[in-house]
Design a protein around this ligand. Structure first.
Ligand code: ADP
Length: 493
């Protein structure tokens, strides 16, 4: 008869399920690269390879005051950015809380709320030069103040910005969901991602919707550019570090952007764009929306049954297949599902009440970070997480198992990301000369060893030459990047 399995025995099973061999990674990279190419040639592909109408790199000499509003995930953020040229800038920003209800409330209301936050921000941070007789100040009487500030205004020594009567500040609107654009100040939402689901928004021009909300409040703002955070990150990182050729976001979602030759984006050649190899309009940033890689057909990525459950119980089954294996929103949930399976099998927490752990999405990806960085032999941090948040007692063997499991899930995410980066590098021929990848998001910034694992993955795919590709912490794309793009747009008009 079978002897009782130890936690180490259980771990071996999960090691098999979650480990990616270099060979498998190269296959994924190859397939990924082909999918990226298809997205440039044809409309409505799984990975949409969205043309951003951001033409070429910034010079580093863009100057002036710009506003940026960032609607991208957990919070809503408003920034005032002073570009000072030579790759320098100052920024003042405030974050506002966004509730789950607001993410699923009517789209129009969501944009009205964004405009209200802008109004609050302007009233706090911008002074209007008053002229005798001319009343250009805002209605200071706020009867119904709905915007809830979650963080004090942060500033990098901003000198006070004065607004002349009648002056309109250019605003870059960072809207980090896949949109079809025909020009820089327009964008039709293809579909919500990252847990958003506001009705009456998909299929509509969100730039226009937001513009209407701004008009309702009569704000001194001209929205000049609709930007994806990933594109903003690409531009902001290049502004400061010109070796940057690719940007990747590892946050609630996962996405990448890079600069492509317009001559290669054949699906938009009918728009009458310049198809020559040189000149100011010969390159355009592409927002890959690579989180959608392998959606629906699931041909290329190794998915475990836990990944399938995550997918099936998500609000968008079948979609964002790559993202669901990588991004911060899902890693904790994947680990939780493994633990729940072992609870059901009677392996873990026998005799204890596990209801707190049975709630979907209760296990935050930040817990994986904490478990992996626990420096104590007893794994005191892991004890703390399970007792404090889930009222559960653990043995040392169990804690070691949880930590090892976190390592498997986190490492797989990093190595899959390496495949995506490698696909762009291969496609663009960056391997020999090397390049830098601007990366941002909590997963990249806070998960211990995440960047090293991406780098190891690149070496597994490319061999030694993989060392030519390095990631670095990106500049703030949705604030500074958005402002730079608003400035580039203005300069080219
Ligand atoms: P955004 O929502 O704009 O993408 P972030 O980049 O902060 O914002 O990403 C949020 C995601 O990162 C959440 O899914 C959260 O679970 C995860 N996260 C937060 N803190 C950590 C951490 N310390 N380690 C790993 N993941 C984290």
């Amino acid at each position: 008869h079978a002897t009782k399995k130890t936690m180490a025995d259980h771990l071996r099973k999960y090691e098999q399920l979650f480990t990616l061999t270099p060979q498998r990674m190269r296959m994924i990279t190859q397939a990924f690269s082909e999918v990226l190419d298809n997205g440039l040639k044809k409309h409505n592909q799984v990975v949409p390879m969205i043309p951003t109408f951001v033409f070429g790199w910034p010079t580093g000499n863009e100057v002036g005051d710009y506003l940026a509003l960032d609607l991208g995930g957990t919070n809503l953020r408003v920034c005032l950015v002073s570009l000072q040229g030579e790759g320098k800038f100052e920024i003042t920003q405030t974050k506002y809380r966004l509730t789950e209800e607001q993410k699923h409330d009517d789209g129009e209301k969501l944009f009205d709320f964004c405009a209200e936050c802008l109004k609050t921000f302007i009233e706090t941070n911008l002074s209007t030069v008053s002229e005798p007789g001319a009343n250009v100040s805002f209605d200071a009487e706020e009867k119904d103040k709905k915007s809830v500030q979650v963080e004090q205004t942060e500033s990098t020594g901003h000198t006070e910005t004065l607004l002349q009567p009648g002056q309109q500040l250019p605003l870059g609107f960072t809207f980090s969901y896949p949109c079809d654009q025909e020009r820089i100040d327009h964008g039709v939402l293809i579909r919500w991602t990252k847990g958003f689901g506001a009705p009456n928004t998909e299929g509509r021009d969100v730039a226009e919707m937001f513009r209407k909300s701004i008009e309702k409040l009569d704000l001194p703002i001209k929205m000049t550019a609709l930007i994806n955070d990933t594109t903003g990150t690409l531009i902001a990182s290049h502004y400061v570090n010109p070796r940057t050729k690719i940007a990747v976001i590892f946050g609630t979602g996962c996405n990448a952007a890079y600069m492509e030759k317009v001559s290669e984006i054949t699906k938009i050649h009918d728009l009458g764009l310049n198809k020559s190899e040189t000149g100011p309009y010969s390159e355009m940033a592409i927002n890959c929306e690579w989180g959608a890689f392998d959606s629906h057909l699931h041909e290329h990525l190794p998915r475990t049954k836990y990944d399938q459950i995550v997918d099936e119980t998500s609000n968008k089954p079948g979609e964002q297949a790559f993202e669901k294996l990588i991004s911060g929103r899902y890693l904790g949930e994947i680990l939780r599902l493994v633990i729940c399976e072992l609870i059901d099998e009677g392996v873990l927490f026998l005799g204890q009440n596990t209801y707190k752990l049975e709630k979907p999405y209760c296990f935050d990806t930040a817990f994986l970070s904490l478990m992996e960085s626990d420096p104590t032999d007893e794994l005191l941090m892991v004890i703390g997480i399970f007792t404090h948040f889930f009222a559960l007692e653990t043995t040392l063997a169990e804690r070691q198992f949880f930590r090892a499991l976190a390592r498997l899930v986190g490492r797989r995410a990093a190595r899959l990301s390496a495949c995506g980066i490698a696909a762009i590098v291969t496609k663009m021929g960056y391997l020999d000369e090397g390049c830098s990848v601007g990366a941002d998001g909590s997963l990249y910034n806070k998960y211990p060893g995440f960047a090293d694992r991406v780098h190891e993955g690149l070496v597994d795919i490319f061999g030694d030459k993989g060392r030519n590709i390095v990631t670095h912490h990106a500049e703030d794309g949705s604030g500074v990047g958005s402002a730079i793009i608003a400035a580039m747009t203005k300069a080219r008009k």
